[in-house]
Design a binder for this molecule. Structure first.
Ligand SMILES: Cc1ncc(COP(=O)(O)O)c(C=O)c1O
Length: 410
């Protein structure tokens, strides 16, 4: 896992060079595109600070990254910045998920939800095209702790879902799941799209892939695995050097990552990564006006977003990013030590920065004051979570601990 950190000067040069290779609506005659630079009354292009602000300059130039830029030719008008997106996809697949150079396709999606739906759509079409499968032959499998984008995908794609129970102590998929696979198989499901979590939304738990593949292989199931790393994709691969959730695992087909969570990039920066040969299943043949056609769920999308993610990754480099993650994990360790000393019950995967406290252990008033997030907004939550990110300071955590102390000792 290694990628170089670039100086601000090099980042600026790279982005401005890329923008120069793009079509400039001011320089060229462009009669046919239903698009332009951003409205000049509001976003004037000669603001003096723009020459030092590559991301804002990209926003104002407004490149459209419609299509998939790791695959084939795309809209030539935005070639310069599309190359940056292609580099970003390769960087994530290779350096974060242990892939081989240029063996993956992907794109910057609107978020984790879209990337998950794209992954499930691609695999559904794979089973339809390669095995002549009908929707009713395919099961979408995910755990009870998985994000709600999975039931959303099942509903959109007319797939039945198989929800695997998790152990309430360690949040790992429980043994009972084996029987569920068996009955789904007996009931006529022939193909299984399995989504595993690299950091669940509420607990930050990371699924163990081994029992799943063991059960599925024992039943001789036809299955492929997608990993939802929307939250954990920018943490877990850096905190567990023995991670099995990489492209080296033959059953893992694709990953979701989300820049707009841990990476602190702007909203609209989900990332979908898949092995080469799979993006094609999402081809929309009728996308005739798009050069290279379209393989993504979304259609038009902002090129500036891809640039934002690339800039953050290139500013830190792999070593800088690992240091940042380590600092957050140390802060999380300190919080957990204090909670343990006080006998407060919580769940935490030691490789993640989420701490989920049993609701019975803290005063709801304190949870509200510190804006902890409950597992449900109904009257009686079971859990409250803390996500230790950059804005969560030691002072805030200390104040929180001081406030919960009297309640738990009462
Ligand atoms: C594990 C997981 N997957 C998917 C998503 C969906 O991401 P988005 O809100 O970017 O669509 C989230 C959001 O919290 C998440 O935690």
């Amino acid at each position: 896992m290694h990628w170089e950190s670039y100086s601000h000067k090099k980042i600026k040069q790279t982005i401005f060079n890329a923008l120069e290779q793009n079509l400039d609506y001011r320089q060229k005659t462009v009669l046919g595109l239903p698009a332009s630079f951003l409205d000049t009354e509001v976003f004037y292009h000669d603001a003096p600070f723009l020459k030092d602000a590559p991301f804002l300059s990209a926003m104002i130039a407004n490149p459209n990254h419609i299509g998939c830029h790791t695959l084939n030719e795309s809209e030539a008008a935005f070639e310069g910045t599309q190359k940056i997106e292609a580099e970003l996809i390769n960087l994530c697949a290779k350096e974060i998920f242990g892939g081989q150079n240029s063996s993956y396709d992907g794109y910057v999606a609107s978020g984790g939800t879209e990337a998950n739906i794209q992954a499930i759509w691609v695999l559904k079409r794979y089973y339809e095209q390669e095995f002549n499968a009908k929707s009713e032959d395919i099961s979408l499998v995910y755990t009870e702790d998985a994000h709600y984008s999975m039931p959303k995908a099942a509903s959109l794609l007319s797939l039945s879902n198989l929800v695997l129970p998790v152990d309430k102590q360690n949040r790992q998929i429980s043994e009972g799941a084996q029987e569920l696979f068996k009955s789904a198989h007996t009931d006529g499901k022939k193909y299984f799209i399995i989504v595993l979590n690299m950091g669940t939304t509420m607990f930050g738990s990371v699924d163990n892939i081994d029992p799943i593949t063991e059960w599925a292989d024992k039943l001789n199931l036809n299955y492929k695995i997608h990993i939802d790393g929307a939250f954990g994709g920018f943490i877990y691969p850096f905190s567990d050097s023995n991670s099995k959730l990489t492209f080296s695992h033959p059953k893992i087909n694709s990953f979701t990552l989300d820049g707009h969570k841990m990476l602190q990039s702007p909203y609209g920066t989900g990332i979908y990564l898949t092995r080469k040969g799979f993006m094609e299943y999402a081809l929309t043949e009728e996308a005739n006006y798009v050069k290279g056609k379209d393989y993504t769920l979304v259609g038009s999308r902002s090129g500036a977003n891809a640039i934002a993610v690339w800039m953050i990754m290139r500013t830190y480099g792999s070593e800088g990013w690992k240091m940042k993650i380590n600092k957050l994990l140390e802060k999380t360790n300190r919080l957990c030590d204090q909670l343990s000393d006080m006998g407060i019950e919580y769940y935490r995967d030691p490789r993640m920065n989420i701490v989920t406290i049993k609701a019975s252990q803290i005063d709801p008033q304190v949870a509200r004051e510190f804006m902890l997030v409950p597992d449900t907004h109904d009257e009686n939550p079971n859990w409250y979570k803390i996500v230790v990110m950059d804005h969560v300071t030691q002072g805030q955590l200390d104040r929180f601990m001081m406030q919960i102390q009297p309640v738990t000792h009462a």
